[in-house]
Design a protein around this ligand. Structure first.
Ligand code: HEC
Length: 122
């Protein structure tokens, strides 16, 4: 049975519409440390403290040279988004700092803030 031309054309435009939507969904703005600061103050500061040196036992010192912030951003993004527990650690980092409302954009913003405020060279 020949494939009806109309259906084929509809299929193609539907596919293109999906691709356009997907492109829009993944289009993120550039990371904004100023907005990241608000995320930090709202969600992260309770554990990581205002100086980034660690507010409670078990949290890393962000300002330490060659510390956790020297890891690749893809690793840090994953650890912030999904939570993280290092070997032998008594306390894990909760996913999104325990704030399920954080968006991927918030995570990029707060990571930019961490680098700008506490990171050595970034
Ligand atoms: C409930 C306390 C708590 C909150 C809130 C919290 N963290 Fe953490 N975070 C931790 C602890 C504890 C660790 C260390 C975990 C370990 O090493 O096992 C950690 C580790 C990290 C690390 C290092 C990960 C690594 O790869 O070593 C980053 C980066 C981080 N937190 C960022 C954030 C950001 C950004 C926020 C806010 C969105 C946040 N944290 C909120 C407790 C917290």
């Amino acid at each position: 049975m020949p494939f009806p031309k109309k259906t084929a054309r509809f299929g193609l435009s539907a596919l293109m519409a999906v691709m356009v939507l997907a492109a829009q969904a993944s289009a993120q703005e550039d990371p904004d440390p100023a907005r990241g600061k608000r995320v930090y103050r709202g969600t992260c500061i309770a554990c990581h403290g205002p100086t980034g040196k660690g507010g409670i036992p078990g949290t890393p010192d962000f300002t330490k040279g060659n510390g956790v912030l020297s890891q690749d951003d893809s690793v840090l993004t994953d650890h912030i988004r999904n939570g993280f527990r290092s070997k032998g650690s008594t306390m894990p980092m909760p996913a999104k700092g325990g704030n399920p409302k954080l968006t991927d954009q918030d995570i990029q913003n707060v990571l930019a803030y961490l680098h700008e405020e506490f990171g050595e060279e970034n």
